[in-house]
Write a protein that binds this ligand. Structure first.
Ligand code: BEZ
Length: 211
């Protein structure tokens, strides 16, 4: 069955370009992003891995570890990494899982047979420090992901895990947030000392509370 938000991210042991890992141990107390690729030596995947390598500091600043997975073998990954470094103005700096036996792909339901019966789709799982799945995304092979959007949702996930707010459409770090519907006006006054703006009884904005 497909994994759902709030489920425990399945643990696994895997061979990666940075050695063997136990996934949960490797995550430790960090947040995690696990993302899959259809295949090595393919153009869109090459740009995606290069993009993540270039912005890895942004993930680290948010206490997030990133790890990629594809069903090709480790020797293939090693050769492909040379191409990624050569063509994407980066030095690869995070592990890529060699999931030849499709252990990870199966556990995370990354093969969608009606799209392709062998290759993984472009899945993204954001995992919290409690090892629970906080966000899933699924893109087809033909569409590269927007990793700035993934950083943006991580900002929202981390903020809303600590404060009784939600984030509106197209929210960016620093912009006003929405007071959670479960919070009464009286409680909102105590919780949000910067105040809140009531547009409708169910639509109340407050400045981002952790700034
Ligand atoms: C790519 O990464 O470029 C790609 C992979 C599989 C199908 C189409 C594109």
């Amino acid at each position: 069955m497909a994994l759902r938000l709030g489920d425990i991210a399945p643990n696994f042991s895997a061979n990666t370009t940075e050695g063997t890992i136990d996934f949960h141990q490797w995550l430790g107390d960090s947040w995690g992003v696990l993302f899959s690729h259809p295949a090595d030596f393919t153009p869109v995947c090459t740009t995606e891995l290069g993009t993540v390598a270039r912005i890895k500091k942004e993930f680290e600043a948010r206490n997030v570890k990133v790890i990629a997975v594809s069903v090709d073998p480790i020797e293939s990954h090693q050769g492909w990494i040379k191409d990624i470094n050569e063509t994407q103005a980066c030095t690869m700096n995070f592990p890529v899982i060699a999931d030849e036996k499709r252990v990870v792909a199966t556990a995370y339901d990354m093969i969608h047979p009606n799209a392709d019966d062998k290759a993984t789709v472009r899945s993204v799982f954001v995992i919290g420090p409690d090892k629970k799945i906080k966000l899933t995304l699924t893109y087809p092979a033909s569409t590269g992901r927007n990793f700035l959007e993934i950083l943006r949702v991580i900002d929202s996930l981390q903020l809303t895990a600590k404060h009784k707010v939600a984030t509106p459409a197209d929210w960016q770090h620093g912009k006003d947030c929405i007071v959670s519907p479960s919070v009464s006006d009286a409680d909102a006054e105590k919780l949000f000392p910067k105040g809140f703006r009531k547009v409708k009884p169910y639509l109340r904005y407050t400045p981002q509370p952790n700034l």
